[in-house]
Design a binder for this molecule. Sequence first.
Ligand SMILES: NC(=O)c1ccc[n+]([C@@H]2O[C@H](COP(=O)([O-])OP(=O)(O)OC[C@H]3O[C@@H](n4cnc5c(N)ncnc54)[C@H](O)[C@@H]3O)[C@@H](O)[C@H]2O)c1
Length: 266
Amino acid sequence: MELDGAIAVVTGGTGAIGRSVIALLEQRGARAVAWDLFAESGSGDVITCDVGSVESVEEAMDRTVAEYGVPTVLVTVAAVSGGISPLATSANEQEWERVFTAPETWDRVMRTNVVGVANCMRSFARRVSVTGSSGAILNISSMSSGPVAEPGLAAYSASKAALNQLTRVAAAELGPLGIRVNAVGPGMMATPMGGANRPDSVATKNSDARPADFASSAVRYVPIEQRHGTGEDIAQAVVALLQTDWVTGQIVFADGGLTLRSPVTT
Ligand SMILES: NC(=O)c1ccc[n+]([C@@H]2O[C@H](COP(=O)([O-])OP(=O)(O)OC[C@H]3O[C@@H](n4cnc5c(N)ncnc54)[C@H](O)[C@@H]3O)[C@@H](O)[C@H]2O)c1
């Protein structure tokens, strides 16, 4: 697919990874529009949108089409982590009530990370199909969708596993409409502090809630350059898959090889 001149929607486009994706898409000649809960000044073209609401997504799509034209690229980056909230704990009875994953957390995480992506893909496919052009969707998953099972991240991990299969089903359904659907799963990221300041930020799970030495100790299992991933690393994988015409329904981990390794192999 040719990105030069394409209209691209990037959900979560004012967040850490979303900004890098937009920057690379624009370098390749696309016009990128961020759909986000937060419309920050200096973030470029932003339309305020809650991906978990069908009405909000349809409004954002109407505005996008009216102001920019029908998009042929959709990158779904928007997600929430739900914070570190275990399924269970071995602590005392009071701790059980305090720390477990609350039903509201499950609802918010699944609504944003799974239903939100479905809402956006549906709206996008509907618009693209009437124009007769081809399109490409790229969903941002996570190493937590399968390769890594991290304690405390039940809701987030389940949502990303669901997202992987949603990606595959959408690829099977939308292929005949000329729309490819793939996913990129980031590994351990060096997420800027900006993300951590937001309520519901994905970044808070890395910056606030993990043990301080977690990220620095895990980084030695990254075969490539023994470092954290950056937004630019993820953006490169996103753009490569968007441009690769004979690949659909694939989940590609952009993690420097982190999930190939395990502490028991060292
Ligand atoms: N940062 C990491 O360590 C990491 C690791 C693996 C996967 N990921 C995935 O990468 C993606 C981006 O992560 P990030 O680090 O840029 O996080 P971030 O918190 O900086 O950005 C997420 C963006 O999504 C937006 N958002 C949240 N809920 C929304 C909603 N309902 N509607 C519209 N926008 C909404 C937020 O406002 C924010 O701008 C997420 O899908 C995340 O699961 C991140």
